[in-house]
Design a protein around this ligand. Structure first.
Ligand code: ADP
Length: 623
């Protein structure tokens, strides 16, 4: 072919303009794009050679080389992949063959930010070279064609390009960027290496650069005529499971997580179907120091065809799984996908859903088969997982099964299934109590009747518990019932005789109750007699819809406003202290307030006026 000058398709010119203007703020991505093209070209050769081994010619080792000429101000990216014929160069580098381009063009609005996002969807690829170059020359020969059928393609990106046939013994493609004067930062081994390390470490073929060494005589770094591989050249996740050893999985985890400890568990899968991707996900053994920072990102990295795109964990993992580390490598997302797009993309949503399910399966497996390990996981991350109960309705049922609690029967590890399995005949609800600490929960007077009847109560002491329970009303048809809220209704758990006794006691106690209400009218919303207490004289409860005292305290600690609700005081008519109320008219007021103080303290609360309390006790003791 004689040298010809051809015009770019109109759309190419538009795209060129947009690419160079919109993507300039992140110009280093041109190298990622060109290395990715080089890697694709090698993949294509590998594929075609499956049927025709001769295509490898005498160069069976596929590789990418990157070098620069500081004087000529050129940067070259060479691959020995499939290459292009002259026709292919014209077609692939002069037109945009992809379907949907016209539609794409019609969406452009001349708003650079939005347009840059749109461009991302289409993958700008080759044209991104023009961000830093004022001329690009491509020299190529397609695998299988003779040396005299090489092609040179060249353009300054302004509307036209030239093509001609050349003699080219090497198979594959050189992309030669003539860098603009102001882009000489890319004429640096160090700079190029760091870009390759950032984006292309996991390209599975070697990327070679010339070695640079300190020259003592010349007193400067000099580029040697010796090549070295500058990327890791091993996408571990792209290998098949059976080829990767446990030690390799662990080593890779340490590389990506900077964690010195081995992971607790991992899962590696290739997902096929509507969207195609590979996932390699790890659960660490220990919680990081910043586990509670919900804005943190960086746990899961997104790759597209082994090219690093970003580590925007939130698009890939729900917040409550922020401790998960790993890699997701999509086969069908565009390379230039932006963060905004990531959040909207249906493909990404599908990946996120699939990956969430994977992590849950992995945890279910550990919970089922390695109980000790799961207990240790639960200690580290349980409280974070609880956030999911409120946030991820689609997976709520599975998450609920993964929850573990302390209870009046065991200090840890109680699942809802365990609890339900131990429910008493006639027990309809799952009972729980929330408190600041396990010791506090255990000593709650509200538990007394449950202890006496041998009914298990879950003891919830995590900060998120109250919040979680506001999203969870029942488990397997059994309502969750706080033992510190509302009137206690043991339903069928109380026999008729007990009910009758309780009613009689309450009836006889009525006159005292009325006096108590008057004495405590500024402190308690109501005073009532109860059969939930055995050893304690009184306890504090809140009304069904009201905020628990525990949660109100937590909010206060966090500097937030908690609604001021008065509690209800429940008293045990058969307790000796309560009986004294009836007998000792002269100290009724002091006794009534003392009863309230005690119940309040037992609940974990602080007295508004400790001085009043001390005086009260002194008066009673000296009476
Ligand atoms: P994309 O890679 O998304 O298809 P590009 O604009 O980067 O878009 O490239 C357009 C086409 O040019 C590619 O599809 C490919 O056919 C061809 N091409 C680009 N770089 C190379 C290369 N290094 N070797 C062979 N073909 C290439």
């Amino acid at each position: 072919m004689e040298k010809q000058t051809l015009a770019f398709q109109a759309e190419v010119q538009q795209i060129l303009h947009l690419v160079t203007h919109s993507l300039y703020s992140n110009k280093e991505i041109f190298l990622r794009e060109l290395v990715s093209n080089a890697s694709d070209a090698c993949d294509k050769l590998r594929f075609e050679a499956l049927d025709n081994n001769a295509l490898y010619e005498d160069a069976p080792n596929l590789e990418v080389r990157v070098w620069f000429d500081a004087e000529a101000k050129t940067l070259t990216i060479r691959d020995n992949g499939i290459g292009m014929s002259a026709d292919e160069a014209v077609a692939h580098l002069g037109t945009i063959a992809k379907s949907g381009t016209r539609e794409f063009m019609s969406k452009l609005q001349g708003d650079q930010k939005k347009d840059a996002n749109l461009i991302g969807q289409f993958g700008v690829g080759f044209y991104s070279g023009f961000i830093v170059a004022d001329r690009i020359t491509v020299e190529s020969r397609r695998a299988g064609l003779p040396a005299d059928q090489g092609v040179r393609w060249s353009s300054d990106g302004s509307g036209q390009f030239e093509v001609e046939t050349i003699n080219r013994p090497e198979r594959g493609t050189d992309v030669i960027l003539h860098l603009r004067d102001e882009e000489s930062e890319f004429l640096s081994t160090w700079r190029l290496k760091s870009i390759i390390g950032k984006y292309s470490d996991h390209i599975s073929l070697p990327i070679l650069m010339k070695k640079e060494e300190w020259d003592a005589e010349e007193k400067k770094q000099v580029v040697k005529d010796e090549w070295e591989t500058v990327n890791k050249a091993a996408a571990l996740w792209a290998r098949s499971k059976s080829d990767v050893t446990d030690a390799e999985y662990q080593e890779f985890y340490k590389q990506i997580s900077y964690d010195t400890e081995a992971p607790l568990a991992y899962t590696h899968n290739r997902v096929e179907g509507r969207s195609e991707y590979t996932q390699l996900l790890y659960v660490p053994a220990k919680a990081p120091f910043d586990l509670w920072n919900r804005d943190k990102r960086g746990g899961v990295k997104l790759y597209v065809k082994r090219v690093f795109i970003m580590d925007d964990a939130e698009a890939l993992m729900p917040v409550y799984l922020r401790f998960v580390k790993g890699v997701i490598d999509s086969a069908d997302l565009p390379l230039n996908v932006s963060r905004e797009l990531l959040q909207e993309s249906r493909d990404v949503k599908a990946i996120r859903e699939g990956s969430t399910k994977r992590v849950l399966s992995m945890l279910e497996d550990v919970a089922e088969n390695q109980k000790d390990k799961y207990a240790s996981f639960w200690n580290e991350f349980g409280a974070v997982l609880k956030e999911g109960v409120g946030e991820d309705h689609a997976n709520q049922e599975r998450l609920v099964k993964l929850l573990r609690f302390a209870s009046t029967q065991a200090d840890e590890g109680v699942s809802f299934a365990d609890y339900i399995g131990r429910m008493k005949e006639g027990q309809e609800s799952i009972y729980y109590i929330t408190a600041d600490s396990l010791a506090g929960a255990k000593s709650s007077p509200q538990l007394e009747i449950f202890r006496k009847k041998g009914i298990e109560v879950l003891l919830l002491t995590d900060r998120v518990d109250e919040w979680m329970l506001s999203h969870l009303y029942e488990v397997e048809g059994k309502p969750l019932q706080s033992v510190a809220k509302g009137a206690v209704d043991l339903g069928k758990l109380q026999d008729d005789e007990e009910k009758k006794q309780a009613e009689e006691a309450a009836e006889a106690f009525k006159p005292v109750l009325e006096k108590l209400k008057t004495a405590l009218k500024d402190r308690a919303k109501d005073v009532r007699s109860t059969s939930r207490l055995v050893d304690s004289p009184a306890c504090i409860v809140v009304e069904e819809g009201d905020m628990s005292a525990h949660l109100a305290r937590m909010l206060k600690q966090a500097g937030q406003q908690a609604p001021k609700t008065q509690p209800i005081l429940e008293v045990n008519p058969s307790h000796a202290l309560v009986k004294r109320l009836e007998a000792d008219e002269s100290h009724f007021d002091d006794l009534a307030n003392l009863l309230f103080d005690q119940a309040w303290l037992a609940e974990g609360g602080q007295l508004e006026s400790p001085a009043d309390h001390v005086q009260r006790v002194t008066r009673l003791l000296t009476a």
